[in-house]
Design a protein around this ligand. Structure first.
Ligand code: KIV
Ligand code: ZN
Length: 527
């Protein structure tokens, strides 16, 4: 349909590149299933060449989720082959290959003389790389997307030359990323119009837009591109992504819906799943949504002032341009407690969008009862936090069995931990500058390690005096960072869990690197 906008969700690829947002394979699967319910058209599931975990997550999603599954690849044969290997079990698959086309990118990334001596020669090399990459991707898959990275800052005539070559080579989607979030709406609109006018056979491909939010213009830029002729929009849930993030899916979709009078386009999105998807992504990534965030923020439908409340009571249209119901905000807050049974817990989690297996339920119910004992009333947000906690870490190398901290005004903080390490119990104590330092020191002593802590934060993630505290920690080992997350009604325990989570991620990666072998696929090439 002429006015149909294809929604390409990149929460699991560009979104996951947000600092501190790393998701494990189970969390990615859970989000991918929820994106299926939201009814996005395409999900970009990851960048398979970048790590064995990324490969495995893309492969699992490709086998289980019924959407077009895209995987990212640089304009290199090894990336393209690996991307294909990861998505080959999907019924509908797309290889998304990209190369930097702005002078900034060309002179930065391709500074080596083998790409050419002058900028003009390097530009020629990039044109050849684009053609070769698309042609190679086409040997595996009909559906090939080509992105001219940093198109937002690429000189228009050269951009048109690159795109023409990619279309000639068979790209079915041409994506225009504003990689640095630099462009203005009018500029992007003019760029899309120029591409449509100048590039031969541009009608053979769908034009796509991919905006970053460095100047807060990602959504406005995406909509301007749509009006100029783009028919695919790349976006993420809650607008998460590199630096200031990507264009937010919910803002684009709801703007198109609410302002249909002006923007006559439609998407396939089931808007009633927006609220659950946003909360799930926030719960699993640990990236809190600011209260005043459009569509999904805690205050998005709150009316505080007397004048507004009075107006709303008389006629909701006075201050409301869409209803909470349209985006799936629940009418009442459900509360569970220690007398709630397994069925009640499972039913509520299912309503919140989670897929709960019988095995998960056993583990979850025990955690839920532990929480209900401490908190008495367990709200939806508590359940989401629980789902984003240790529930998905199946292969834990080390687990916190018990901890104790001794504190006092004039006492030296001392912590004792009991850790289960691959079925062995280890008990250790240590002192520290404060209770958290003491806990980390006792864990280090028990495991005979000492990791550099790059960042550490604690915050409350649910409401009330017995709110759940969340600790986030980033540790570094051999040039790589690992972000751990822990939640508890006790912030010292949350900190210990977060530290152990990061250590477990590090161990899982070490193990995966030793074990992972990418399978052969010669016979599956199409030509
Ligand atoms: O922002 C960007 O340029 C990207 C591309 C890889 C599409 O994310
Ligand atoms: Zn991007």
């Amino acid at each position: 349909m002429k006015n149909q906008i294809i929604i390409f969700d990149t929460t699991l690829r560009d979104g996951e590149q947000s600092p501190g947002a790393s998701l494990n394979i189970y969390e990615k699967l859970e989000i991918a299933r929820q994106l299926e319910k939201l009814n996005v058209d395409i999900i970009e599931t990851g960048f398979p060449i970048s790590s064995p975990e990324q490969f495995e997550a893309v492969e699992r999603i490709a086998g289980e989720v019924d959407l077009v599954i895209a995987a990212l690849a640089r304009a290199k044969e090894i990336d393209i082959e690996t991307a294909y290997k990861a998505i080959r079990n999907a019924d509908r698959r797309r290889i998304h290959t990209f190369v930097g086309t702005s002078d900034h990118h060309i002179s930065g990334k391709f500074s080596d003389q083998r790409y050419g001596r002058s900028l003009a020669e390097k530009r020629e090399t990039v044109i050849k790389m684009s053609r070769d990459a698309v042609q190679y991707a086409k040997t595996f898959c009909d559906d090939v997307e080509f992105s001219a990275e940093d198109a937002g800052r690429t000189e228009i005539n050269y951009l048109c030359d690159v795109i023409e070559v990619a279309v000639e080579a068979g790209a079915t989607t041409i994506n225009i990323p504003d990689t640095t979030g630099y462009a203005l709406p009018e500029e992007l609109s003019a760029k899309i119009k120029a591409i449509r006018e100048k590039v031969n056979n541009i009608d053979r491909a769908i034009l796509s837009i991919h905006c970053h939010n460095d100047l807060g213009l990602a959504v406005a830029n995406s909509l301007a591109a749509v009006e100029a002729g783009a028919r695919q929009v790349e976006c993420t849930i809650n607008g998460i992504g590199e630096r200031a993030g990507n264009a937010s899916l919910e803002e684009i979709v709801m703007t198109l819906k609410v302002r249909k009078d002006f923007l006559d386009y439609q998407t396939n999105i089931n808007t009633k799943e927006i609220y659950n998807t946003s909360h799930m992504v926030s719960g699993l990534t640990g990236m809190i949504v600011q209260p005043n965030k459009a569509i999904v923020g805690g205050n998005a439908f709150a009316h505080e002032s007397g004048i507004h409340q009075d107006g709303m009571l008389k006629n909701r249209n006075t201050y409301e341009i869409m209803t909470p119901d349209e985006v799936g905000v629940p009418k009442t807050k459900m509360v569970l407690g220690r007398h709630s049974g397994r069925h009640g817990l499972k039913a509520r989690l299912t309503e919140l969008g989670y897929t709960v297996t019988e095995d998960d339920l056993k583990k979850l119910y025990a955690l839920f009862i532990e929480l209900a004992d401490k908190k008495k009333e367990v709200y939806d947000d508590d359940l989401r936090v629980l789902m984003g906690d240790e529930i998905y870490i199946e292969e834990s190398h080390v687990h916190l069995e018990q901890m104790q901290v001794h504190l006092g005004t004039n006492a030296i903080p001392t912590a004792t931990v009991s850790l289960k390490v691959n079925d062995h119990m280890i008990h250790e104590s240590a002192t520290g500058d404060g209770p958290v330092d003491a806990i980390f020191n006792s864990i280090d002593r028990a495991l005979n390690t000492k990791y550099k802590v790059e960042s550490y934060q604690v915050r409350s993630v649910t409401e009330g005096r017995q709110a759940m505290g969340e600790a986030l920690i980033r540790i570094r080992n051999e040039g790589k960072s690992f972000t751990g997350r822990g939640v508890s009604t006790d912030i010292i325990e949350a900190s210990a869990k977060a530290y152990l989570h990061a250590i477990n991620l590090l161990e899982i990666e070490k193990k995966a690197e030793q074990e992972k072998e990418v399978p052969e696929l010669e016979e599956e090439r199409q030509i």
